[in-house]
Write a protein that binds this ligand. Structure first.
Ligand code: AOF
Ligand code: ZN
Length: 335
């Protein structure tokens, strides 16, 4: 296998751990001798071993059997090995100690704690380092992680469900507008995000749980509540969850306060007032609209006040497809 084929294998197999590694990036590492794979490792679970450590531990079991010294081996890893002593220790230092002499890296880690420092440790210790193989795939695979560090803010998506006449709900009442299949789709989207944000009105009207109810293992999103009123922690939203609560004033500041946290992406599920306030601030990157064929009529509350509000907020349609009789449209900020 060529280095490129091996890198592709590491990227592909790392993807399996997307929901249990988040908000960390998924990372894969493969150790080879000449053209033979000696071992593989992945960052499987948030807070646990990084990919390189898993690969090295596996290789150690074969020392003296399949190879005589780590200096005979090449390590291929999708992301730059970390330099910081985070939850599990520095991968770069760990690699140096093994005596590996050749490393092929996909993308440089954009986390300011690492950002080239891992590569420096490797090079300073006489390791031959090649950088950038299939970099774009690694960046795409960890879209939220790269976005957060590049833009110093998490990726923000707003999700709304609309009736055919553009309404959100009846005043103070919970209604299900879209089909069960669309609502299942929302659960999967929740699982992809690091945090879910809602407002006090939605909390009081709907008593939503806002967790990801999916049939696979996922790290549950953290929760964020924006409210100017007193609230009661008896709401389902607070059950088994860590919740950050903010007063609604400077939305941009609230989002920016996550720049140095582990949160790389936030899904906003709120009512028209808060959703429009976020869109007005220009800090939303993506808008997902589920539209049903149901009509709410005159007593329904409008999502938007203009017909072409979404375009006026600067979004363009990225994709559109049917879910049962509903329509799911994804809009991306036009930059
Ligand atoms: C690696 N290999 O497999 C991963 C890396 O909190 P920690 O200690 O788990 O560190 C998380 C950070 O480490 C994460 O933000 C990213 O910069 C890097 N991820 N690095 O060498 C890995 N998952
Ligand atoms: Zn590491």
């Amino acid at each position: 296998m060529s280095y490129e084929e091996l890198m592709l294998r590491a990227i592909t197999k790392a993807e399996k751990f997307k929901f249990t590694a988040k908000p960390n990036p998924v990372v894969g590492a493969i150790i080879i001798k000449d053209n033979e794979i000696i071992s593989e490792g992945y960052h499987e679970i948030f807070g646990e071993n990084h990919a390189e450590i898993n690969a090295i531990e596996e290789a150690k079991k074969l020392l003296g059997k399949k190879f005589q010294s780590f200096s005979e081996l090449t390590l291929i890893c999708t992301l730059e090995p970390c330099s910081h002593k985070g939850k599990t220790g520095s991968c770069a230092d760990f690699i140096v100690k093994t005596g590996i002499k050749h490393i092929v890296i996909g993308a440089i880690d954009p986390n300011p704690k690492v950002a080239g420092n891992g590569i420096k440790i490797l090079k300073d210790n006489g390791i031959l380092v090649e950088i950038g193989l299939l970099k774009h795939l690694v960046e795409k695979q960890n879209k939220f992680f790269f976005y957060k560090h590049k833009n110093k803010k998490p990726y923000i998506t707003v999700k709304i469900a609309s009736s055919i006449d553009g309404k959100s709900h009846y005043s103070g009442e919970r209604v299900f507008i879209t089909s069960q299949s669309s609502r299942n789709d929302v659960q999967k989207i929740r699982a992809e995000y690091d945090a879910i944000l809602t407002g006090g009105n939605t909390l009081r009207n709907d008593n939503p749980k806002m967790n990801a109810r999916v049939d696979f293992h996922t790290n549950q999103p953290k929760k964020i509540l924006l409210t100017n009123n007193t609230y009661n922690e008896g709401f389902d939203f607070f059950k088994n969850a860590s919740v950050d609560v903010f007063k609604i004033n400077n939305l941009k500041k609230i989002i920016d306060s996550y720049a140095n946290s582990e949160v790389c992406s936030i899904l906003i599920e709120a009512g028209p007032k808060l959703v429009n306030a976020f869109l007005n601030e220009g800090i939303v990157d993506e808008l997902i609209v589920y539209s049903s064929t149901k009509k709410l009529g005159e007593n329904g509350i409008n999502w938007f006040y203009e017909d072409n509000a979404i375009e006026n907020y600067g979004f363009k349609l990225e994709s559109s497809y049917k879910i049962d009789t509903d329509l799911k449209e994804i809009f991306i900020k036009n930059e």
